[in-house]
Write a protein that binds this ligand. Structure first.
Ligand SMILES: [Zn+2]
Length: 533
């Protein structure tokens, strides 16, 4: 009873204010966006306590609990899994939702066992030589361990491009063979083609090798004496002139589990010495071959090397438990939903450095939380339903947002918009401190129109470069929504030199631009919630 009286009184109050022209719900929301709110949240998220927030690790769990607590404090309802569901205690599903959407990722890492041998048949004598993993050769990560023996064919640069009518693979039977290739492309092709065309040709080669049933690709750079990752020790990054501190991460892949078989084409990188060992006795003189191929002197023909390669490789798989954090502000319309999202994970600890990820993406996380707070501070139920989502595992390839969109609890057609914040606190350059890029789905010119209106209505001094696109670019979580055909909107100033280094620290942030981005976003979201479009 008490509750009802209170809410009636509250509604009466806000009506009174509006009638008196004093303060509108939108203004109330706007007034709650302050530098202190942004600073306090970003400050904790980007502190060493959260240990770089790598998906599935302790620091990220800590950050997630903090975010859920903040949502609860702001009065936002939980929109994640039901309490008590699953788990080793097998507790019955409760009726209460939690803030967490739990799911599992698969981490694949090179295993312990790797072998590569070369077999030479010399008359009746079979000679076998072994190579050393991670020095003479290395193997790109496959989905599963594998074991294969196959003859090797030398295909030069393995280069194919229709525009310049060049094809190292024409009339070559590659099924069941290892393709030994020189890295990159011939010099004359590099002069004639754009870098994007060259990389498209490189992708084509892998695609052709895979679809025509090659046993694998063996690639080498004639100048590389050792291959594979080399360990980076703590002391190696101490010089202040070090370009990118903490580089040299161990290679592994983290994915959402799938029911489809992965592409397991073996891709081996060998040292120049290993390549020469394979080519020995084949009649190919590498220097001469490269000189002729580079100048397109004569058409290179694929050559059997007379050698077989035996390869055995293994992988290990580990399950990682991760959580998206989901809150809901229920609107009058449950069939119209807007998702406001930002990833809260980052890169963790690497080589003794905590990668705090202040801009990437403590800033966006705090931005979304502050936006959520402002929506609650309006004191009015929004027209559309608004989901507040903080994604995990963006740094592993947008996995949190992809999991969300692939497991929607409502029809995807209800999804009207995804607003994404990823790195909202570093201006583009020292001479453009007030500039922001707005990327959005081009079939919604309304997004630009209301942004322009709101900038002047609320006196937000921000220079915006509008970038409408049918396929809004950028490697962040909005891409998961673009892929599902959902309209997107994203504000972002710029990538800076601290990006993806341990130097992405809170001291580098610009609170002014961050506050302005949250303000214009709040104004736009409020407007897009209220009006029919
Ligand atoms: Zn990011």
């Amino acid at each position: 009873m008490k509750k009802i009286i209170l809410s009636v009184a509250f509604a009466g109050l806000s009506l009174f204010y509006e009638a008196a022209g004093q303060i509108t719900p939108a203004e109330k929301g706007m007034n709650s966006i302050t530098p202190d709110v942004l600073k306090s949240q970003t400050g904790f998220l980007a502190s060493d306590w959260t240990e770089g927030r790598r998906a599935g690790e302790k620091g990220e769990y800590l950050a997630a609990d903090y975010i859920a607590a903040i949502l609860q404090l702001y009065g936002i309802k939980p929109g994640g899994d039901y309490s008590g569901s699953g788990g080793y205690l097998n507790i019955q599903r409760g009726n209460e939702r939690t803030y967490f959407q739990n799911f599992v990722l698969l981490k694949t890492t090179p295993g312990e066992e790797h072998l590569m041998k070369i077999k030479t048949i010399d008359g009746s004598v079979i000679k076998t030589a072994s190579f050393t993993y991670n020095t003479d050769y290395t193997i790109r990560l496959t989905n599963n361990g594998t074991e294969v023996e196959a003859p090797v064919i030398f295909v030069g640069y393995g280069f194919k491009n229709d525009k310049i009518k060049y094809d190292d693979l024409a009339r070559v039977e590659i099924k069941g063979k290892f393709l030994l290739k020189i890295s990159g492309s011939p010099a004359f092709a590099r002069e004639k083609l754009l870098p994007s065309e060259l990389s498209a040709s490189a992708r084509d080669f892998i695609e052709i090798a895979s679809s025509r049933g090659a046993a694998g690709i063996i690639e080498f750079n004639p100048a590389s004496k050792v291959v594979g990752t080399t360990p980076v020790r703590d002391f190696m990054n101490l010089s202040p002139s070090e370009g990118r501190p903490g580089a040299g991460r161990q290679y592994s892949s983290v994915t959402l589990p799938s029911d489809k078989p992965g592409n397991d084409l073996l891709r081996i990188v060998v040292s120049a010495a290993t390549a020469n060992e394979i080519l020995k006795g084949s009649g190919i003189v590498l220097d001469d071959y490269i000189r002729r191929a580079d100048s397109n002197e004569s058409y290179p023909v694929a050559t059997m090397t007379g050698k077989s390669i035996y390869v055995k490789t293994s992988v290990t798989k580990e399950k990682i438990n991760v959580r998206n954090i989901i809150g809901v502000i229920e609107g009058n319309r449950s069939d119209q939903v807007m998702v406001l999202g930002a990833h809260y994970d980052h890169m963790g600890i690497e080589n003794g450095y905590i990668w705090n990820g202040a801009d990437d993406n403590a800033s966006g996380t705090a931005g979304i939380l502050t936006l959520a707070r402002a929506l609650m501070e309006t004191g009015r139920k929004p027209e559309k339903t608004i989901i507040i989502a903080l994604w995990t595992a963006e740094e592993y390839g947008l996995l949190g947002s992809r999991y969300y969109i692939e497991n929607l609890s409502y029809p995807v057609k209800n999804l009207k918009l995804n607003l994404n914040f990823d790195m909202i606190s570093r201006y583009i350059s020292d001479n453009e401190k007030n500039k922001v890029i707005m990327t959005y789905t081009e079939s919604y010119p309304l997004f630009r129109k209301i942004t322009e209106e709101n900038l002047s209505k609320y006196g937000i001094d921000l220079e915006i470069e509008y970038q409408p696109s049918a396929d809004p670019p950028g490697g962040s979580d909005h891409r998961s929504f673009v892929a599902a055909g959902v309209p997107v909107l994203r504000f972002k100033p710029g990538h800076r030199e601290e990006y993806h280094t341990p130097a992405d620290e809170i001291s580098t942030l610009d609170w002014d631009i961050m506050e302005k981005i949250v303000r214009i976003s709040f104004a736009d979201i409020w407007e897009l919630s209220e009006r029919e479009w």
